[in-house]
Design a protein around this ligand. Structure first.
Ligand code: NAI
Length: 213
């Protein structure tokens, strides 16, 4: 596959393609034209072609896209052709909710450990995974080859915990704390702010209202 810089906007659209293609695959659909995929996903056919052209096209003239092939190829681009082991730091409401979500496993993200500084929570389990004290963090990461740390702790703690993580071989942080983390380049950080999505929703509510008025 061609090695070129793909825009984050395109990368951001790939999981949605993957979701739809996965559903088509489950329904036994073997091929789909860009027009049909466009109608299904409510994305223009030219957008789909442009997006897929970033990866060499995937299409075959007069045939459409091979659903299984496209699903595997996009999965591979997204790095989903392998497994990632993750831990959750912060066994509160959000950490437990994420730990309880089994679909991450289906995508190859394996929940291996949970940590919290609160001694009352240590020893509890979430889906069979025990909450451990923070003292065990570095040892656990190294002994279990953990790839990803999910941060579901308050922003006041997130910076110092991230500094500790920088001293380990962790490869990425999925950061739910509302603070930007300054980490070595080798550690990938994905910040998640559910409120951003909510604000987009409120924008669309008001835009729809304005259009109707
Ligand atoms: P929570 O209070 O239920 O849980 C936080 C947990 O973190 C507690 O169990 C606490 O003992 C633990 N903790 C605090 N400092 C720690 C440290 N230094 N090391 C290890 N554990 C530590 O809070 P909740 O509702 O689970 O939210 C967690 C954080 O995520 C909050 O800061 C909240 O603002 C944020 N959040 C972010 C969202 C997003 O979309 N990015 C959505 C919801 C919450």
């Amino acid at each position: 596959m061609e090695e070129k810089e793909i825009s984050q906007a395109v990368i951001g659209r790939l999981p949605r393609y993957l979701r739809y293609l996965g559903e088509l695959k489950d329904e036994g659909v073997e091929r789909i034209s860009s027009q049909d995929l466009s109608a299904l996903m409510k994305v223009t056919a030219s957008q789909i072609r442009q997006d897929f052209n970033n990866f060499g096209g995937f299409g075959q003239q007069g045939y459409g896209y091979n659903v299984g092939y496209l699903y595997d190829a996009i999965g591979k681009i997204l790095g989903l052709d392998r497994q990632y082991k993750f831990i959750i730091i912060g066994a509160g409401n959000l950490g437990r909710a994420l730990g309880n979500y089994i679909n991450f496993e289906k995508r190859g993200f394996i929940f291996r450990g949970m940590f919290d500084q609160n001694p009352d929570l240590v020893g509890n389990s979430v889906r069979g995974v025990r909450v451990m004290p923070m003292e065990e963090l570095e040892r656990f990461i190294s002994e279990n080859d953990i790839d990803i740390a999910v941060l579901t702790i308050p922003k006041t703690s997130a910076v110092s915990v991230a500094e500790r993580l920088a001293g380990t071989d962790i490869r990425a942080i999925w950061n739910f704390a509302h603070v930007d983390l300054n980490l070595p380049e080798r550690i990938q950080v994905e910040n998640v702010h559910l409120s951003d999505s909510l604000m987009k929703l409120s924008y669309n509510i008001s835009r729809y209202q304005q259009e109707k008025e």
